[in-house]
Design a protein around this ligand. Structure first.
Ligand code: BGC
Length: 459
């Protein structure tokens, strides 16, 4: 079947200087975890514990990008994206998380950046995408303030090496997910189940972001953003208990991570009082103006109060076990197609999200970039992914037509990869990976996007 149909040309036209890209992260693609002096990450250890990763796999080889990066840069060139969002592995650069810098680790990113520039693709590094050095995790990881300081020192080391060629930077990826899934309910590394006692991990990541912004700017960085995950929260009903539960969820997943950055305050005083201080001073560091604000969008969430007559045990939701002691409960969204992951496909919620952000934050919201958006489907002829991307790009365009200043869009992900607690079973890539041979094969969606970008470039 010829999937490179005429559909791309029917996409609405995006601005000429709109930044098109794809995203990946180090722990999900690099492999080579024991090579080049790399230290262990919390994810290496977590995956090695057994029973943590659904298919029993680990990220030891992943897609072997560390050795095959030239081929992957070739794919980026062929796709025709303007930028590539990848992450730098902290334990590759500073194996113990603090102290000595591993020059061989930096050499890898040096080669990658040069290869990208030679291919005409802008490198857009994320400094932290969940691979906390295990040496720091053993002392509490992001629950400790020192981790934020070590993160800034690492950011400085990366900027010192790559800053002559990297124009734009991302500090953190999704501190909300690491706080909730990693420290709150233990679904992700480091597997802690602290529920609300996980909140210091949120504050310290935000502080780490602020300190890293200072370090990057001191090294002459031109443009800095963050990649925060956000999605609309829909109330399960108008009942007071459901509304309160949904508002709390929205506060924890959206406002807790946006407002310190954009408004210089936490969305709730009671919550701020639970955080390790000096919170007011830290907020000044956290809220330094950003050049742009990155949003990772996947799906909206319907939330209600926990069911009164429920079983009392944890429930499984979209692959995540939600403990019964949480004061809110996600509910299934009915009436939408679903990805292989079971996530609902709701493009219009992206428009809603962007309009809500503009309404909430007004002039305090810098230009936005969609730093991740994508879906898990199996198969090479992935027409569902084409429909997903087409729908979300239209929804994005609608938000832009309504006046939201969006400067770029990044597909998650360039290629299939290690999907955290799901292992390799969930495939988000535009490029298929055969895990037996590590062969890369572009899917129909890759050709669709390539043609759509060519079409956009024709102007
Ligand atoms: C993360 C990615 C992940 C993707 C799909 C985002 O939360 O940043 O690392 O693979 O979602 O689950």
């Amino acid at each position: 079947m010829d999937t490179t149909s005429a559909r791309p040309s029917s996409l609405p036209r995006f601005p000429r200087n709109f930044l098109w890209g794809v995203s990946t992260s180090a722990q999900q693609i690099e492999g080579a975890v024991g090579e080049g002096g790399r230290g262990r990450s919390a994810w290496d250890v977590f995956a090695g514990e057994g029973g943590r990763i659904k298919d029993g796999s680990d990220p030891g080889v992943a897609v072997d990008h560390y050795h095959r990066y030239r081929e992957d840069v070739g794919l980026l060139r062929e796709l025709g994206v303007g930028a590539y969002r990848f992450s730098v592995a902290w334990p590759r650069v500073v194996p113990d998380g603090s102290g000595a810098v591993n020059a061989a680790g930096l050499d890898f990113y040096d080669r990658l950046v040069d290869a990208l520039l030679a291919a005409g693709v802008e490198p857009l590094p994320t400094l932290f995408h969940w691979d906390t050095p295990q040496a720091l995790e053993e002392h509490g990881g992001w629950l400790r303030r020192e981790t934020a300081e070590h993160f800034a020192a690492y950011a400085d080391a990366v900027a010192a090496r790559l800053g002559d060629r990297v124009r734009r930077w991302i500090t953190l990826n999704e501190p909300a997910e690491l706080t909730l899934l990693g420290y709150g309910i233990g679904q992700h590394a480091p597997g802690r189940q602290l529920v609300f006692d996980a909140l210091p991990a949120a504050h310290h990541q935000l502080l780490g972001h602020g300190l890293a912004v200072q370090a990057l700017r001191a090294r002459g960085a031109e443009s800095i953003g963050i990649a925060n995950s956000h999605g609309p929260t829909w109330r399960a009903s108008d009942e007071e208990a459901d509304a309160a539960a949904a508002d709390l969820y929205d506060l924890l997943l959206n406002r807790l991570f946006a407002e310190p950055l954009l408004l210089g305050r936490y969305p709730d005083e009671g919550l701020a009082a639970m955080l390790p201080g000096p919170v007011a001073e830290d907020l000044k560091v956290i809220s330094q103006p950003l050049d742009w604000y990155g949003i990772n969008y996947y799906q909206p969430t319907v939330v209600g109060a926990p069911e009164p007559g429920g079983s009392g045990g944890p429930t499984d939701f979209g692959g995540v076990r939600i403990p019964s002691e949480l004061p809110f409960a996600p509910r299934e969204i009915e009436g939408y197609p679903r990805t292989d992951f079971g996530w609902p496909v709701v493009p219009e919620a992206l428009t809603e999200l962007l309009l809500t952000f503009r309404e909430r934050y007004g002039a305090s919201l810098p230009p936005v970039m969609i730093t991740e958006n994508g879906c898990a489907y199996n198969g090479l002829d992935d027409h569902e992914r084409i429909a997903f991307l087409d729908g979300h790009l239209r929804a994005l365009h609608e938000a832009m037509a309504a006046g939201v200043d969006v400067r770029g869009y990044f597909v998650w992900s360039l290629m299939d990869n290690f999907e955290w607690a799901e292992g390799y079973a969930r495939r988000f890539g535009l490029v298929h990976i055969d895990y037996a041979t590590l062969a890369r094969t572009p899917k129909a969606s890759f050709r669709w996007l390539r043609d759509a970008l060519r079409d956009q470039a024709r102007g």
